[in-house]
Design a protein. Structure first.
Length: 248
């Protein structure tokens, strides 16, 4: 097995177990203990894991500083996002007044909504188009257009939301952390998410498992303020913090 392949196998094993021994890794990748220890030293220096006596533990917190464009995000974790979105669509009733956030998972959510009589409000430019294509009753929030996320954000967007009271909101997030809550890169985008949650009877975060343990610049809510739909939880501590539905 090549070095990069060993690195990938070690990190994948840590995703599932959060902690692993050198002995377990030698059996997993078929390498000597000395090779595994060198690999762990390298990965520790790269900040990808914590090397401990006899093995390694997963990084509990990863700080993200840059926003990935929607065009790139659309290609990431697609099957997980579809499963999350499919389940979320079953939560929408005809009498609901729903806020749908910008983001790639919420785009998939709309794809799975069929023949709904609910009313939808969104700050997502693609989301508004998808809703209208399905002939669903749709309101678009006005404000500053942010190209990288294709979202309407900022103070004007927040002011436009103040007349609404939502039965449910479906939001995306860049990171989920037990201490730092739900976070996003941009202050103006965070303002919209905060307002949507504060004006919703039920707040629902749609997030694949890659978002857990990550932190970005701005917290828009504590983890206890919304329930989460995800593919799979690898750290059961999150289940003690809020309601989580696994769909994988």
């Amino acid at each position: 097995m090549l070095t990069e392949e060993r690195f990938a196998a070690i990190l994948e094993a840590l995703k599932d177990k959060n902690a692993i021994t050198v002995t377990e890794l030698t059996e997993l990748v078929g390498a000597s203990e000395s090779t595994i220890r060198r690999d762990l030293n390298t990965l520790d220096k790269q900040g990808k894991l914590n090397k401990v006596h006899g093995g390694a533990t997963a990084i509990e917190q990863e700080f993200i500083t840059s926003e990935v464009a929607v065009s790139v995000k659309k290609q990431m974790n697609v099957e997980e996002k579809k499963a999350i979105a499919r389940y979320a669509s079953t939560m929408i009733n005809d009498e609901d007044f729903v806020f749908i956030d910008a983001g790639t998972t919420t785009q998939w959510l709309i794809e799975f909504i069929e023949d709904s009589k609910a009313t939808f409000v969104t700050n997502g430019i693609p989301q508004a188009q998808l809703l209208m294509n399905k002939k669903l009753r749709t309101y678009m929030i006005g404000g500053l257009a942010k190209p990288v996320t294709e979202a309407i954000v900022g103070a004007d967007a927040v002011n436009n939301m103040k007349k609404y009271n939502f039965s449910k909101c479906f939001l995306g997030t860049n990171g989920i952390h037990l201490d730092y809550g739900f976070t996003t890169i941009d202050v103006e985008e965070a303002m919209v998410k905060m307002e949507a949650l504060s004006r919703s009877y039920t707040g629902i975060i749609l997030a694949d498992s890659s978002k857990f343990g990550k932190v970005t610049a701005v917290t828009f809510s504590g983890i206890e303020k919304a329930c989460i739909i995800t593919d799979k939880i690898r750290n059961d501590k999150y289940k003690d913090a809020t309601i989580i539905k696994e769909v994988w």
